[in-house]
Design a protein around this ligand. Structure first.
Ligand SMILES: [Zn+2]
Length: 329
């Protein structure tokens, strides 16, 4: 009798704990990598984890995505789907690691169902070529496992604006953004869940289409690029790269029109033409953004977490868990 009562109380506590967690944080976003192609140890390649409705979705898979996931003690095999913004190498070089290390039957892997990948034109072909490139590993490990194992299979789908992915209450809506004159397939994403939403810009110049799709969004996570004036003057390459991205002033104009509860920078591109000219300080991004936008802005860093619920809560990573709240809005 006594033990039954104890069990009942435990179950009630569990239900309350779960429903509170859902009520407080319908969407949890972790910036796995906030960097650019620079092989930096502080900022890994672009990759963002979105958790909602018990699912884990990855957006882009740059350098170090696997390490960051495991830093969070998330087995790589638990990623339900990967969405790609475009196929530039800095956004995709982490794919073989998450896919194949995620298939290893150790505690950090254990994928048992096919790896789901969605991305713009070329995604299917790229994934088919990766299967070919890693065929020795796939064949050898398959023989070692000596059983049918779908965890290494890949289901890749080319998508564009108009496609919608829905599962367990999460809705993922891709939209076209403008990365350069010769790239017309780059995508941004809107993720809706539980009456809340987040926008991921992908790589883009100032985009009216992004603003259109971001109506009512709680949080906008946008790329940004900057260089010192001397670097822009000295280097046609720096000028060209800046032309593929969004300046802090233009990002501010985007945020000012959407009016999110929080704007966040990730995929931070700080350029220089010459070692004698330092790239802009990270603090300059906020100063330049404030010329066109007076709302809340968070400069992203690897493993920063943003929880969207009744409040928008930002937490920095600590090795014992995400604590040390940066701010609650
Ligand atoms: Zn790019």
């Amino acid at each position: 009798m006594k033990s039954k009562k104890g069990k009942g109380i435990f179950l009630l506590f569990f239900i309350v704990a779960v429903s509170c967690a859902n009520a407080q944080s319908p969407i949890k976003i972790t910036l796995l990598g906030t960097g650019a192609p620079v092989p930096s140890i502080e900022r890994f390649g672009p990759s963002i984890l979105v958790e909602a409705g018990g699912q884990k979705l990855l957006f882009d898979c740059g350098r170090g995505a696997a390490q960051r996931l495991w830093q969070l003690k998330i087995p790589l095999g638990q990623i339900d789907a990967l969405f790609l913004t475009h196929l530039h190498s800095d956004h995709i070089v982490g794919i073989p690691d998450v896919w194949l290390t995620g298939w290893i039957p150790a505690v950090y892997g254990r994928r048992v169902s096919p790896f789901q990948v969605f991305g713009p034109d070329g995604t299917r072909t790229m994934m088919a070529n990766l299967v070919e490139a890693f065929s020795w590993d796939i064949n050898t490990r398959s023989k070692e496992k000596n059983k049918a194992d779908s965890g290494v299979f890949v289901n890749a789908t080319d998508i564009k604006e108009g496609f919608i992915w829905e599962s367990k209450g999460i809705k993922v809506t891709p939209f076209t953004v403008r990365h350069s004159d010769i790239i017309d397939s780059a995508l941004g994403y809107r993720i809706d869940y539980g009456g809340h939403s987040v926008i991921l810009s992908g790589d883009t110049r100032y985009s009216e289409n992004l603003i259109k799709h971001a109506k009512g969004a709680d949080v906008v996570i946008h790329e940004v690029a900057a260089a010192q004036a001397d670097s822009v003057r000295n280097s046609p390459l720096v000028k060209q790269i800046l032309g593929f991205h969004t300046s802090p002033e233009d990002a501010g104009k985007v945020f000012a029109q959407i009016k999110p509860r929080l704007a966040v920078y990730s995929h931070i591109v700080l350029l220089t033409s010459d070692p004698s000219i330092p790239p802009p300080a990270i603090s300059e991004l906020a100063v330049r953004t404030q010329k066109t936008y007076g709302g809340p802005l968070q400069i992203g860093e690897d493993l920063l977490t943003i929880e969207i619920g009744d409040k928008v809560k930002v937490s920095r990573y600590t090795p014992t868990g995400n604590k040390g709240s940066e701010g609650i809005r």
